[in-house]
Design a protein around this ligand. Structure first.
Ligand code: ADP
Length: 224
C-alpha cells in the first residue's frame, strides 16, 4: 500500500487510543509510529541522563519541558526522516510551532491532524484498567483481556506492568495538563491548518475507529 498521507499528528487525551491506533496504522501503511511518551520511557528504562530528567516530570503526570520533547523528536527525525505518525507530540503550542518550523525547513508539510475525542469518565476508567508492555508498547485492559501486571506480554514476552503515571492521582493531573496545554494545540491546528484537521469519536469500537482513520490516510489529496 502506498498512502499519500505520511506526516500525521494524532491528538487526544490520555487513553484515547492514540497508541493502539497508531500501531495498527503503522503496520498497515508502513509509516513509522513515534510515541514521545514511549521514547521517554525507553530513555528512562536505560537510565540515561535524559531519561532521569524526564522521569521527574512524567511520574507526576506533568509534561516534560518543551525543550526536551523537541530535542527527542528532532533526534528521531534526523535519524529517520520526515515520515511519521506522531502520538503524543506536539503537546503544547510551542512544540507545534517547532514542528511547523522543522517541516517548513524540510519542505515537507503535515498531511493530517486527527483529534481522538473521549469523555473524562471513560478516560479515568480506561487508565485504571490499563496494563502496559514497556518493551513493545502494547497496552491491554485488565478486565477485557484478563492480563495482570507481571504476566508475560502476549506480543513480545516481556513482563507487563502498570505504568507509574497510570494512578488515580496522576490521571487528574494529566487531564488538567491536557486541558491546559494540549487543547490549545487543537485550536492552533484548527486555525493554521483547517483543511487537514479532523475529529473522531474515540468512544467507538477500536475497529470502527481504525476504519475511519484508514479512510483519512487513504483519501486522495486532490479530491480533498
Ligand atoms: P498518555 O498519552 O497515555 O498520557 P504518553 O505515553 O503519550 O501517555 O505520555 C506519557 C508522559 O510522557 C506524559 O504524561 C508526559 O509526562 C510525557 N510526554 C510525552 N510526550 C510529551 C511531549 N510531547 N511533551 C511533553 N511531555 C511529554
Amino acid at each position: 500500500m502506498n498512502p499519500l498521507r505520511q506526516r500525521i499528528v494524532l491528538l487526544g487525551p490520555p487513553a484515547s487510543g492514540k497508541g493502539t491506533q497508531a500501531d495498527r496504522l503503522s503496520s498497515t501503511f508502513g509509516i513509522p509510529h513515534v510515541s514521545t511518551g514511549a521514547l521517554l520511557r525507553t530513555e528512562c528504562a536505560r537510565g540515561t541522563l535524559l531519561g532521569r530528567e524526564a522521569d521527574a516530570w512524567t511520574c507526576k503526570g506533568l509534561l516534560v519541558p518543551d525543550e526536551l520533547a523537541v530535542r527527542i523528536v528532532a533526534a528521531w527525525m534526523k535519524e529517520n526522516g520526515p515520515r511519521f505518525l506522531f502520538d503524543g507530540f506536539p503537546r503544547t503550542v510551542t512544540q507545534a510551532e517547532h514542528l511547523d518550523k522543522a517541516l517548513r525547513d524540510l519542505e515537507a508539510p503535515l498531511d493530517l491532524v486527527i483529534l481522538l475525542e473521549l469523555p473524562d469518565e471513560e478516560i479515568r476508567r480506561r487508565i485504571l484498567e490499563r496494563i502496559s508492555c514497556l518493551a513493545c508498547g502494547a497496552t491491554f485492559s485488565a478486565s477485557l483481556h484478563g492480563h495482570a501486571a507481571g504476566d508475560p506480554c502476549p506480543r513480545c514476552g516481556a513482563a507487563l506492568v502498570r505504568r507509574n503515571d497510570d494512578t488515580a492521582e496522576a490521571i487528574e493531573e494529566r487531564l488538567r495538563v491536557y486541558r491546559e496545554s494540549t487543547l490549545p494545540v487543537v485550536g492552533y491546528y484548527q486555525k493554521t491548518a483547517p483543511s487537514i484537521f479532523h475529529r473522531i469519536d474515540a468512544g467507538e469500537g477500536s475497529d470502527a475507529i481504525f476504519a475511519k482513520l484508514s479512510e483519512l490516510l487513504e483519501d486522495n489529496k486532490d479530491e480533498g
